[in-house]
Ligand binder design. Structure first.
Ligand code: UTP
Length: 295
């Protein structure tokens, strides 16, 4: 059973400046909910009940969003009969979800951020060796209707086979230098190698890792040995690569659509897709888009 997800949210978010001067990237909303909330909800649907938020001391609004709703505001809305708003307010903290906050004082890379969660995992009943999940909230994965989502499928894979996994998707070869790229054993989904941001000519495939991982606890010891790699950062990719010979870690091709909400284009697409699907505003938005006003 996987009980804990690590959410690294301490990055600088420079691609979204100036918005991220004062608003953490992971709090940017897609329609009405911030990215971090979609991640917490996806983890909840996967059966996970403990979030370790690896945050930055200058991004405290993120932890506030995951705290229980203000009781006075709940009471006021209840008194006015605004039950839908109470539900919206309380949706940020699904029932039974515990949140632990740790800090990454300096953004030294995703691998370093995950390593910051080590002591919390070590103190839990399963100890440091337990399997845990990692989600990057800016990779927003919109599951097909009626499905629990990418992380739930990866948790089920671990339960059924014991294998760990990383979510992957095919990207154009010209873009491999933006991703961690995997190579697989012949005729199987087992990963044999992984490189961070390879040039297209050097990339072992066009299968790119996106922000969902189910990892063995052994990755902490591996990350502690990793030296700064691509971009001077401690890369999660390098820690995982060190485990591939000894662990069955698989590429998971997920169902649904992934929006790279760390980029302005991906973020705009996510908002348009979800707004068009929204029961209240979807029809009016569609009519507006088709009205010629944008021509
Ligand atoms: P990104 O690779 O998108 O980096 O991080 P970033 O710094 O947030 O954004 P840009 O590139 O400057 O625009 C992916 C996830 O990993 C977290 C981020 O907060 C985001 O959720 N992260 C990244 C950390 O927690 N710590 C780090 O040192 C780096």
């Amino acid at each position: 059973m996987i009980s804990t997800v690590v959410l690294p949210v301490a990055g600088l978010g420079t691609r979204f400046l100036p918005a991220t001067k004062s608003v953490p990237k992971e709090l940017l909303p897609v329609v009405d909910r911030p990215l971090v909330q979609y991640a917490v909800e996806e983890a909840f649907r996967a059966g996970i009940r403990h979030v370790v938020l690896v945050s930055s001391p200058v991004k405290s609004a993120l932890e506030r969003h995951l705290q229980p709703a203000d009781a006075a505001l709940v009471a006021e809305l209840e008194a006015k009969g605004k039950h839908d708003l109470v539900a919206a307010l309380q949706s940020a903290t699904p029932p039974g979800m515990t949140v632990t906050v740790v800090y990454q004082a300096q953004a030294l890379g995703l691998g370093h951020a995950v390593l910051c969660a080590r002591d919390v995992l070590a103190a839990l009943p399963g100890g440091e060796q337990q399997t845990f999940a990692v989600m990057l909230p800016d990779d927003f994965i919109d599951a097909p209707a009626g499905q629990a989502g990418c992380l739930a499928d990866m948790v089920a894979l671990h339960r059924d086979t014991g294998a760990w996994s990383l979510a992957v998707e095919e990207v154009p070869r010209a873009q491999t230098d933006k991703y961690g790229v995997v190579s697989l054993a012949e005729g199987s989904l087992r990963m044999t190698a992984m490189v961070e941001k390879p040039k297209p000519a050097d990339a072992p495939s066009n299968l790119a890792v996106v922000g969902r991982y189910v990892l063995p606890g052994a990755v902490f010891a591996a990350l502690a040995d990793v030296k700064p790699g691509a971009g001077g950062e401690i890369q999660l990719t390098d820690g995982i690569a060190a485990l591939l010979a000894s662990h069955d870690i698989r590429a998971h091709r997920f169902a649904g659509v992934r929006y790279d909400c760390g980029s302005k284009l991906g973020y705009a697409k996510a908002n348009i897709a979800l707004a068009l699907r929204d029961a209240d505003m979807g029809p009016a938005l569609k009519a507006w888009l088709g009205s010629g006003v944008l021509a």
